[in-house]
Write a protein that binds this ligand. Structure first.
Ligand code: DX5
Ligand code: ZN
Length: 218
């Protein structure tokens, strides 16, 4: 299974006290996008940051901002995150009362649409919105925190998602988020994953730029 092999480091593991420095490091690295994890303390048991911080990330970032909304009923905030600089807006299927409507709203705002699925959510949750997705993000940890252990069942879901995409002529990218590191990245790309998100593996590495190059060469 061939994939496009993009890398989107997650700013959740960056140094929030020196965010501009970490963004500059990413600008000068081989990564493709910057992954921005927004958490509301309701859909997930943690709070990160919102659109005011995204606006400042946008001031420094030279690469597309891949915004992952871990918030209840994200349709309330889609426009604000687009105005703040998102290039991709990914919403959780579990958090949307009307997933079809929310994905249409994301596209109407002029950006790429993504659907994220929690580890316990079946791939079939995107079956009826294939045409509305530019990206499907499989959570390989339960969302809420960086630095958790990768859930191996994700490989089965990548396979199922690849099968769904080809049977339906879908054009969405397949992303995997959570517990990605230099031990599993090659296998994930080989399994058909197009975009890997990595937080802890990048920012806890002694040399994050070098780790990004290594992950990109997998
Ligand atoms: C988890 C977030 C992830 C997280 C990944 O809720 O969606 O993007 O930052 O972090 P690592 O790579 O540390 O598991
Ligand atoms: Zn994420």
């Amino acid at each position: 299974m061939s994939s496009v092999k993009l890398l989107s480091p997650s700013l959740l593991s960056a140094d929030f006290g020196h965010l501009a420095n970490d963004i500059t490091m990413l600008n000068n690295s081989e990564c493709d996008w910057l992954h921005v994890d927004v958490m509301d303390g309701d859909f997930v048991p943690n709070i990160s940051f919102g659109q005011p911080v995204l606006k400042h990330i946008k001031r420094f970032a030279a690469k597309p901002l891949d915004v992952h909304l871990m918030v209840t009923e994200p349709s309330r905030y889609v426009r604000e995150f687009v105005d703040a600089g998102a290039a991709w807006v990914t919403v959780h299927a579990e958090a949307c009362r009307h997933l079809d409507r929310t994905l249409r709203l994301v596209r109407e705002c002029g950006v790429k649409s993504g659907v994220a699925l929690n580890p316990a959510t079946p791939v079939s949750a995107v079956e009826n919105v294939v045409e509305l997705c530019d990206l499907v993000l499989l959570m390989s940890v339960n969302p809420g925190f960086g630095g958790q252990k990768f859930i191996e069942n994700t490989y089965k879901k990548i396979e199922q998602l690849c099968a769904l995409r080809s049977s339906r002529g879908g054009e969405f990218l397949i992303s995997v988020d959570g517990g990605v590191n230099d031990k599993n990245a090659a296998n994930l790309y080989a399994a058909g994953c197009d975009v890997l998100v990595a937080g802890n593996a990048v920012f806890a590495a002694p040399n994050p730029t070098e780790m990004i190059s290594r992950l990109k060469k997998m």
